[in-house]
Design a protein around this ligand. Structure first.
Ligand code: ZN
Length: 210
């Protein structure tokens, strides 16, 4: 296993599996390499899609590390920008010679879980912004962890990446795990009337580059 020195837990190769997955993207069928990974805690499972051109060389891969969002990614909720970000990321990944999506379902609601996320939404309906709503329910504002994501990138043989994100904290977190982020590529998505405030809070209170 290609791993690095800064391991707080070890990924066992038994905990990975891979296959070829045909997917539909914007009306086109695309074949991607699909891998599943599990951390030491079985609740931490990740889905990885790798797109590699036949004639790809040693390009630094374009990578999206995407936190799962049931409401956004599956039901296309307009309260957050997860779905358009995922779509924009997939577009870049599939167009790049080497592109990787690391999907982390357990990072739901910035890591606070589905029930807490919906509770926070209910408070936002009463006027709280996303940060204050999390504080009010006693949940951390940001509980995401990029340990497993970093291990996966090492396992894939990609210690050096170009990261698709608007979030400087995500770049920092991956760097702290030993991943070399050579470039931060922004994902610009159009706000909807429902997520204007959510995006403004990300920008003003969480230092996102929007
Ligand atoms: Zn979302």
């Amino acid at each position: 296993m290609k791993s690095n020195a800064v391991t707080s837990f070890e990924l066992e190769l038994d905990w990975t599996a891979q296959t070829i997955l045909p997917i539909e993207f914007r009306g086109q069928e695309v074949q991607v390499e699909a891998r599943a990974y599990q951390g030491t805690d079985p609740n931490f499972q990740a889905m990885v899609l790798v797109h590699r051109d036949k004639n790809a060389g040693n390009e630094v891969p374009i990578v999206r590390v995407h936190s799962g969002c049931v409401t956004g990614d599956i039901f296309h909720s307009l309260r957050c920008d997860c779905y358009p970000q995922l779509q924009a990321a997939m577009e870049r990944i599939l167009k790049s010679p080497v592109g990787v999506l690391v999907y982390l379902p357990y990072q739901e609601g910035r890591g606070i879980g589905l029930v807490n996320k919906i509770r926070a939404y209910a408070l936002q309906d009463q006027g709280y912004d996303t940060v204050d709503a999390n504080v009010a329910i006693g949940a951390p504002i940001e509980a995401r962890d990029y340990d497993l994501a970093a291990h996966i990138l090492f396992d894939l043989g990609y210690p050096e990446i170009r990261l698709l994100t608007n979030n400087p904290a995500k770049v920092e977190a991956l760097r702290e795990e030993g991943v070399e982020v050579t470039e931060q590529i922004p994902l610009i998505v159009k706000p909807s009337p429902y997520n204007k405030r959510y995006l403004a809070t990300k920008k003003e209170r969480m230092a996102h580059k929007l």
